[in-house]
Write a protein that binds this ligand. Structure first.
Ligand code: ZN
Length: 481
């Protein structure tokens, strides 16, 4: 029981997922449920242009970045082309002029139907489809009550909350009331889904250990955390030790895509000898990309990702830094802030596997908050890339200022890391020595095995497809079964 009110009770069953403490300064509040503080200016962060992405009434319409991603998904999957976004985010001045407050959130959107007056909304095919299906994309009616019914006004609350409100027929106000009464740190399953939900207090925030999650403030003292337990790549330990053989390392082709380079781990010479540097302009248009260098294999994987990002709206995504020589890094370090710049030979930029990225909407910092950046961050793993220093992992990576730095690690590794919320440091340590792991992904089964170098020999699969050097003389072998 979720609400102590017989008319509005939600059945949530208890769940046991692993959670861990996090420092309050290292998370991002998404504010999706915070309607009491609509009027606060800080809600209006991460606002992006909706114009050019979905049908809008005019070129000035903007929304929160998450909202736009969800709207685009809705327009892509259904026949909503006659549905026009009439109003999204409003500044203080605009909301004063238009006499509405709630649109200051960036999470509130109003629609109208093409060719109709905005008040003539209900009873049309597209409006009925929206009313019925909006929750699937994370939207709920902001004003469903009879006395102030606004069938055109939706609030983005994310798919987990929208699903509960839809299934239990709760208004936003009643739902918030229910969440506020919930015991903290008790994780609940959301019926019929892979979603989980729990409430934490401000001074005791725990987050899921092996999942990506959203934190949204309920009010000044409480947060609600949601996550989806569905994964496309599932890892499990195996009991068999079959097919493992000792092989001489000198006879094997070793890959360096997973090699750890950080403040404690210097870039190995073998990696530098292995990288095949080419100019970006060999694959990307030279209008936006100077003659920077990157490993050719990495650049080939990156091209379709950048090409797709560039088609999302009228802005352009480009790299702002890629391969650096020792000399480049030394010059940056000597002239820069020593707390922010990596010591020479400890920067991923010297590997040719990493780059910094921006776009014309946010030319300096803030790429992952733009619409293209949100999309890029969400899909990078499908092409083998990870955001290397996520903001909630500063205690592990030690780096808080690089929300634009991506690294190539290969598609399977990137997907496991992304879905299990693991940094490269954590991924490498995740595998125990002398244990075989099985991963099912894209209808294929892979086996993974980590071992350490013993004289010149490593233990690996008889037919290993890939052997990666990790760090400190340890290697990860991957074979497709
Ligand atoms: Zn960087």
């Amino acid at each position: 029981m979720f609400l102590n009110n017989q008319e509005n009770s939600i059945s949530l069953t208890k769940s046991k997922e692993k959670i861990k403490l996090i420092k309050p300064e290292y998370f991002e509040d998404t504010y999706v449920l915070n309607i009491k503080e609509d009027k606060n200016e800080y809600l209006s962060c991460n606002i992006v242009e909706a114009f050019g992405v979905i049908p809008t009434a005019d070129s000035l319409i903007k929304t929160n970045n998450q909202v736009l991603l969800a709207l685009k998904e809705m327009y892509d999957n259904n026949e909503y082309s006659d549905l026009i976004l009439r109003r999204g985010y409003l500044t203080d001045k605009e909301s004063l002029a238009q006499e509405v407050d709630d649109h200051k959130s960036g999470y509130d959107v109003d629609f109208f139907i093409k060719g109709k007056k905005w008040t003539d909304f209900e009873g049309h095919k597209v409006a009925d489809a929206l009313i019925k299906n909006a929750y699937k994309y994370g939207f709920v009616l902001r004003y469903p009550d009879k006395h102030n019914y606004q069938p055109w006004h939706y609030r983005y609350v994310g798919p987990v909350h929208a699903k509960i409100m839809h299934d239990e027929d709760l208004t936003l106000f009643r739902y918030l009331d229910g969440l506020n009464k919930l015991a903290t740190k008790q994780i609940y399953n959301v019926a019929g889904t892979t979603y989980r939900l729990y409430v934490v207090s401000k001074d005791d925030i725990v987050v899921p250990k092996y999942y990506n999650y959203f934190i949204s403030s309920l009010n000044a003292n409480k947060y609600v955390i949601t996550f989806d337990t569905k994964k496309t790549a599932n890892i499990k330990k195996m009991t068999t030790k079959k097919d493992l053989v000792g092989k001489n390392l000198n006879e094997l082709k070793v890959l360096y895509d997973l090699t750890l380079v950080n403040k404690d781990h210097e870039i190995p010479t073998e990696l530098l000898n292995n990288v095949n540097l080419v100019s970006l302009t060999k694959y990307l248009s030279d209008d936006n990309n100077p003659k920077y260098l990157l490993d050719e294999n990495v650049l080939r994987k990156l091209k379709p990702l950048i090409d797709k990002a560039n088609k999302l709206d009228r802005h352009t995504t480009y790299l702002t830094s890629s391969y650096r020589t020792y000399k480049d890094q030394k010059r940056l370090y000597d002239n820069g802030d020593k707390k922010l710049v990596q010591v020479p030979n400890h920067s991923e930029h010297q590997t040719g596997l990493a780059f910094d990225i921006a776009n014309s909407y946010k030319p300096n910092t803030g790429f992952i908050e733009t619409y293209q950046g949100m999309w890029f961050k969400k899909h990078a793993h499908e092409y083998g890339f990870i955001l290397r220093y996520p903001i909630d992992k500063v205690n592990i990576t030690g780096i808080s200022n690089e929300q634009w730095h991506f690294r190539y690690v290969g598609q399977l590794n990137a997907t496991i890391m992304q879905e299990n919320n693991l940094t490269l440091e954590e991924y490498i340590n995740y595998f125990k020595d002398d244990t075989i792991y099985q991963v099912s992904y894209n209808n294929k089964n892979y086996r993974l095995y980590k071992s350490s170098l013993d004289s010149d020999t490593i233990k690996t699969f008889n037919n290993a497809d890939k052997i990666y050097y990790l760090k400190d003389n340890s290697y990860l072998s991957i074979t497709e079964k």
